[in-house]
Design a protein around this ligand. Structure first.
Ligand code: AMP
Length: 284
């Protein structure tokens, strides 16, 4: 396995792989890898001849008051896991490698990708303005650098997944986006690099987020479809110290809000436990 920091070094390897007609899979991550990331890597290994994992805490997707500085960075442990999983290249660039030296990372001095407003100006995009522009921009850069045939994303970040699929479609990019299911702890909590921020009590309270989602699914399976009933049920399950940001019901094909649940409805939650913002969802 190669651990590369420079775009040119990645490109040299890609050129050789392309000559050999290998299929290339990309797993974009911000590191602090856990079993959720591992599931994406395993899927990439099954699907592709060569696998690149990018590890990059992307400054342009963090707001000014967010956790960019304190985001966990565990490259040695991450490398060990990637090696065990048979990853071919880890691409772990410095911010300067991706965005140049001395640039102000705004659209005055740098080219951004702006996904369609309807998908960005809602849910996580409401409380994190600019977040998905930063995500789309870095992901397009990674697609161009790696020339991957397949890219693997978790359903955990459902809005991100939806937006990236749209960008690929709208810009006719020649890459297949593969969606991978959410990996959870045995008690239901969705794995996240940010779970390390949680105190014991905050973690215990956070379990009620997935509990609320599972209850909604259970009710749906008994024939209840009204989202108002689902909303009230979820509120009654969420621990009182969980600070709900949104609970939304959307058609995962169009991203439109729905009043009645049906197949392919996305039920998505964002909430804070203590100071830590968590997201989770299920798709019926
Ligand atoms: P991150 O490092 O948090 O940016 O995540 C990198 C990729 O891993 C994204 O596509 C996430 O959706 C995915 N991911 C994060 N947590 C999970 C999880 N618990 N299960 C499945 N995929 C996940």
């Amino acid at each position: 396995m190669l651990l590369l920091n420079k775009i040119d070094d990645v490109r040299k390897n890609i050129k050789d792989w392309k000559e050999e007609k290998y299929t290339i899979g990309l797993v974009p991550t911000m590191g602090a890898l856990h079993k959720g990331h591992a599931s994406l890597i395993k899927k990439a290994k099954e699907t592709c001849d060569k696998v690149i994992v990018s590890i990059f805490v992307n400054p342009i997707q963090f707001g000014p008051n967010e956790d960019y500085d304190k985001y966990p960075r565990t490259i040695e442990k991450d490398s060990e896991l990637c090696r065990e999983l048979g990853v071919d290249i880890i691409f772990a660039p410095a911010p300067e490698e991706m965005y140049g030296e001395n640039k102000k990372l705004s659209n005055n001095e740098f080219t951004f990708i702006y996904p369609a407003y309807n998908y960005v100006d809602c849910m996580c995009g409401k409380s994190r303005p600019g977040h998905f522009d930063g995500v789309a921009t870095v992901v397009m850069k990674l697609f161009n650098i790696t020339k991957a045939d397949y890219a693997f994303f978790g359903q955990k970040d459902a809005q991100q997944l939806f937006i990236l699929k749209q960008v690929v479609k709208d810009l006719n990019l020649d890459i297949n986006i593969i969606s991978c299911p959410i990996v959870r702890e045995t008690d239901g909590l969705a794995l996240s690099s940010r779970n390390t921020y949680l105190s014991e009590t905050e973690r215990k309270n956070a379990i009620t987020i997935s509990k609320a989602l599972f209850k909604i699914k259970e009710l749906y399976e008994t024939g209840i479809k009204d989202t108002n009933i689902m909303f009230d049920t979820a509120i009654s399950i969420l621990n009182k110290d969980i600070d709900l940001e949104y609970l939304e019901f959307r058609n995962f094909e169009t991203f439109e809000k729905v009043n009645e649940l049906k197949k392919n409805t996305l039920i998505a939650i964002a909430a804070k436990s203590g100071k830590t913002r968590l997201i989770d969802n299920i798709i019926l």
